[in-house]
Write a new protein. Structure first.
Length: 101
């Protein structure tokens, strides 16, 4: 007898939504180019973090991003990579060999 998969397994997905900051135009992420918060370069990401420093909703943004496990970008003044906060993003490519080698 073939049974539908739904009878054997049920999935419960959490309902996580991004915080609603309304139509606030005073937030840095609404004033600057949104690509800055998803930059490839470490310098771009550091610039986005600096803009987040004085944001009035920084803590709520960070808490929400942690809850959602944001895959990448700057959220709440922190760099996310693969759903976790990282101190710094490495540049693309292989690290340079040191001159002492």
């Amino acid at each position: 007898m073939i049974r539908p998969l739904a009878d054997e397994t049920t999935f419960a997905y959490p309902t996580i939504t991004a915080p609603d900051f309304g139509a606030r135009a005073d937030l840095p992420c609404r004033q600057e180019d949104s690509d800055l918060w998803f930059a490839d370069s470490p310098a771009g990401l550091e610039a986005a973090k600096a803009l987040c420093a004085e944001c009035p909703v920084r803590q709520q943004c960070l808490a929400s991003a942690l809850e959602r496990r944001e895959p990448w970008g700057v959220w709440g003044g922190e760099i996310f990579e693969r759903g976790a906060v990282v101190a710094r993003k490495r540049p693309r490519g292989r690290p340079r060999k040191s001159a002492a080698a």
